[in-house]
Design a binder for this molecule. Structure first.
Ligand code: HEC
Length: 203
């Protein structure tokens, strides 16, 4: 018999020399066992997991880290802030209410009348601009989006430092809707009038 090979004590199993010292001492009814070491990656993953677990438990249970509930509250507060800022920007605009007003019979007529009585003096015929900017081109000074809610919010507060009145105390909600409707209705008309001002917004 080759000296590299040896028989296991009880079982007559032929072993390589390299396996010899892996064989454990015990023998259960003829069943013997090798003691193969676990792969290093496994051992390190295990140690890493346990270490992480200890820090995790300590951090979340004893070191005052925020609980899930607190995390939730923090995130909700941030969301609430964004919502409040957006409400401010859009003056609590109610899109459904606007749409139902817009669908009414004489909304276009009302838009023309409100514009003529309140806006024409500065924004000129058809919104081509004069004292106020051209409302029919793609360039905007005060809004980042040409949508009913943003226009409503802007018309409500105006920009009095630059000559655009705030209309919140002068027009009713429906009249404000009508003003918004007028501005929407002249989009993409690009009437020759006041030269482009501000940033180009593409739809
Ligand atoms: C007294 C003059 C005046 C009147 C009246 C007026 N505006 Fe203006 N409007 C301005 C001026 C000036 C600006 C530009 C403000 C600036 O430079 O930021 C402006 C800006 C705007 C803008 C934003 C344009 C942009 O490029 O950002 C809209 C929309 C607008 N007006 C709508 C209206 C509507 C609707 C009415 C009527 C309800 C109205 N304006 C009445 C002077 C006026």
């Amino acid at each position: 018999m080759n000296e590299d090979i040896k028989k296991s004590k009880a079982n007559n199993i032929i072993l390589n020399k390299s396996e010899e010292n892996l064989l454990l001492e015990h023998n259960y009814d003829g069943i013997e066992e090798f003691d193969y070491p676990l792969p290093a990656w496994w051992v390190w993953t295990f140690i890493g997991g346990v270490t992480f677990g200890i820090f995790y438990i300590y951090f979340y249970n004893f070191a005052g880290a925020p609980s899930l509930k607190e995390d939730f509250k923090i995130e909700m507060a941030a969301i609430e802030k964004v919502i409040t800022a957006q409400r401010k920007l859009t003056g609590n605009f109610d899109m459904a209410d606007f749409k139902s007003w817009q669908g009414g019979e004489n909304s276009m007529q009302m838009a023309a009348v409100v514009y003529e009585e309140n806006c024409l003096s500065c924004h000129e015929e058809g919104g081509k601009g004069d004292i106020g900017p051209n409302l029919t081109d793609e360039f905007w000074l005060n809004v980042n989006k040409v949508s009913p809610d943003v226009l409503y919010g802007f018309i409500l507060k105006g920009n009095e430092d630059n000559g655009m009145p705030a209309w919140e105390d002068m027009l009713s909600k429906e009249e404000l809707y009508a003003a918004v409707q007028f501005v929407l209705s002249v989009q993409n008309k690009n009437l020759p009038g006041k030269e482009p001002q501000g940033k180009k917004l593409s739809e």
